[in-house]
Design a protein around this ligand. Structure first.
Ligand SMILES: Cc1cc2nc3c(=O)[nH]c(=O)nc-3n(C[C@H](O)[C@H](O)[C@H](O)COP(=O)(O)O)c2cc1C
Length: 186
């Protein structure tokens, strides 16, 4: 598969088989992630790999509770809150692995740096036949002391990109994109 095929074919996968993702594959994907550019070549990204299903269930439960406890009463978010109150919903979609990309410390470019690493990782995963999805719903909890403690993330680190990984059970249909709004100047 060439790069454009990977870019065009990658989808957020929300249904996985129970087949684990082996350590060598995860290491290879992380090796692709760290090749992303970073501001001033700071290379701030760290990777926390979680493959314990019970721990992922627990973190999902606690992240949902945290999200609900800190939510604003925005009626536009009611659909999301109903989903978060549903005890059958696991925010990691039952994936066998979670890779939390964190920065070693706060900084002006860490979100950009970790997001670029995340996209490299997700494209490399797709090119390897794996599915992935960024789980933004976990982010606020993972940035609390309890969330960091749960995953053994050092307190100084800043979790930016929680990425689930696994063998897709289905091929998700393409998600439509808006026509790009482009202005040609000159
Ligand atoms: C920052 C960010 C946060 C996201 N958070 C979630 C999430 O919490 N749960 C989820 O199922 N998908 C999440 N997604 C996936 C998006 O819903 C998905 O990328 C979008 O619908 C487009 O679909 P595609 O990735 O298949 O092209 C997130 C994506 C990004 C970039």
């Amino acid at each position: 598969m060439n790069l454009e095929e990977a870019i065009r074919g990658r989808r957020s996968v929300r249904e996985y088989t129970s087949e684990p993702v082996d350590e060598a594959t995860i290491r290879r994907l992380i090796a692709c992630a760290v090749l992303a550019p970073s501001a001033v070549n700071e290379q701030p990204c760290t990777f926390t790999v979680v493959r314990d299903a019970a721990l992922l269930d627990q973190v999902s439960h606690d992240a949902k509770a945290h999200r609900l406890a800190t939510a604003s009463a925005d009626p536009n978010l009611e659909h999301l809150h109903t989903m978060l109150r549903d005890p059958t919903v696991q925010i990691f979609h039952g994936a066998p692995a979670l890779i939390v990309i964190s920065a070693r410390a706060p900084g002006p470019w860490i979100v950009e740096d970790c997001a670029l690493a995340a996209e490299n990782l997700m494209l490399a995963a797709y090119a390897s036949g794996l599915g992935s999805c960024w789980i933004g719903l976990a982010q606020s909890y993972l940035n609390t002391p309890a969330g960091k403690r749960a995953l053994g993330i050092p307190f100084a680190w800043v979790p930016v990109a929680p990425i689930i990984l696994g063998h897709p059970k289905i091929t998700p249909p393409p998600v439509a994109r808006r026509e790009p709004e482009v202005r040609w100047v000159g």
